[in-house]
Design a protein around this ligand. Structure first.
Ligand code: NAD
Ligand code: MG
Length: 392
């Protein structure tokens, strides 16, 4: 029987790569639902090709337009957050690709976890902002959580098969989290004042959405990934070493107590981790070419530059503070990135804004999703006020 998949964030970079893997395996997978914020043309094409039962457009007027354009299609067009949670948790769904960008992905991803789905997690922000609750939802729902972020997918592939959340017992000394260093690797702090959004989103190795591209340029992406790894693999930032590796050929590594290092290598193409997550524990064709090691010829490694890129350390501090602080880090970052993309603040103001918002925050315990939403809102308000003051 074919497995059914809901793709949340179908119109985005990860969503489109996921549909490409589905397209290669019509005998294995069937699309149950697609969701997007408002990309009508893209959705129209994908609905025609994949014939899902549901399409969810977050924007209500986009939903109406899409519905009109589809005419008498078998796909039902819905809108609203309840519809998103419904298609993520429906009894007829086997797996959910969580590829909405940012905090907006939290509720449907948690809904998928609680409903016991195979959760393919690209949306790292939902794990950063609500880590303990998210992992608890996975346990309670009996979900299978598979990391899609290329580094975490590589770590998962390099871990013992029955890893039970105890690094030491499994003979693991350290997780080596690789980072490309982004488009501004090697630049000094002063040189980053005048960089433009277009320069920041031009990632040297990966083609991705705009938000994660800016996160890669500030190294906040590595900070979010550090927190993501702590929750996924039940460890501390001190168990993880960030290794800058500009070629992005090694996607991360696990170092064992006997001196072995196990790594996963591959092209910088997200279809590899996506196909791995969809078919696990099997392997399927992903449309990705094999590595040509002679062409690559050399791999380089160096430590991250914390002075020019303070966001990585801010993330470590947020995780150490615990409670609501990672939620605040994530929300402040989303507002800062958005303001940078709209040219309201400079690139090097991104970490300053986040540091100031974190400095103003009094950590509270996070016991429910309502607490997460409250901390998220507080940080967004605080960050927006910071921007108003700085542009005034
Ligand atoms: P993208 O910007 O290309 O796509 C984002 C998707 O989310 C789109 O379908 C968009 O319509 C939808 N969306 C945006 N705002 C929304 C909202 N408020 N409510 C519901 N849906 C909304 O982003 P992307 O690069 O595909 O990244 C998606 C997620 O995957 C992010 O969390 C990112 O960190 C993670 N990720 C991406 C990559 C990559 O290579 N692109 C790698 C690792 C992890
Ligand atoms: Mg990554």
């Amino acid at each position: 029987m074919r497995q059914t998949i809901t793709v949340l964030g179908a119109s985005g970079s990860i969503g489109q790569s996921t549909l490409d893997v589905v397209r290669r395996h019509p005998d294995r997978y069937q699309v149950f639902a697609l969701s997007a914020a408002r990309s009508i043309e893209r959705m129209l094409e994908d609905i025609r090709e994949f014939q899902p039962r549901y399409a969810v457009m977050v924007d209500a007027s986009a939903a109406e337009q899409l519905s009109d354009l589809l005419g008498s299609s078998t796909t039902e067009v819905l809108t609203g957050s309840e519809a998103l949670a419904m298609v993520a948790s429906h009894k007829d769904v086997d797996m959910v690709m969580a590829a909405i960008v940012g905090a907006a992905g939290l509720l449907p991803t948690i809904a998928a976890a609680e409903a016991g789905k195979r959760v393919l997690l690209a949306n790292k922000e939902s794990l950063v902002m609500a880590g303990p609750l998210f992992m608890e939802a996975v346990r309670r729902g009996g979900a299978t959580l598979l990391p899609i972020d290329s580094e975490h997918n590589a770590i998962f592939q390099s871990m013992p098969v029955h890893y039970d959340g105890d690094l030491h017992k499994n003979g693991i000394r350290k997780i080596l989290l690789t980072a490309s260093g982004g488009p501004f690797r090697g630049k000094l702090l002063d040189e980053l004042t005048a960089v433009t959004p277009e320069q920041a989103v031009a990632h040297p190795n990966w083609s991705m959405g705009r938000k994660i591209s800016v996160d890669s340029a500030t190294l906040m992406n590595k900070g979010l990934e550090l927190i993501e790894a702590c929750f996924l693999f039940n460890c501390q930032p001190s168990d993880i070493q960030v290794v800058v590796h500009p070629q992005s050929v090694i996607h991360s590594m696990v170092q064992y107590c006997d001196g072995s290092v196990i790594a996963q290598l591959g092209q910088p193409d997200m279809r590899t981790p996506i196909a791995y997550g969809m078919a696990w524990p099997e392997r399927i064709e992903a449309g990705v070419a094999s590595l040509d090691l002679f062409e690559i010829s050399r791999l380089e490694f160096c430590p991250p530059d914390h002075e020019a890129f303070p966001c990585l350390a801010l993330a470590g501090q947020a995780f150490a503070a615990g409670g609501s602080m990672p939620t605040v880090l994530n929300a402040a970052n989303e507002i800062a990135v958005d303001a940078f993309l709209q040219e309201q603040i400079a690139f090097n103001q991104i970490p300053t804004l986040i540091r100031d918002v974190m400095g103003m925050h009094v950590v509270t315990d996070i016991e429910s999703i309502d607490h997460v939403i409250e901390a998220d809102r507080w940080a967004r308000d605080c960050a927006s006020q910071w921007i108003s003051r700085s542009v005034a």
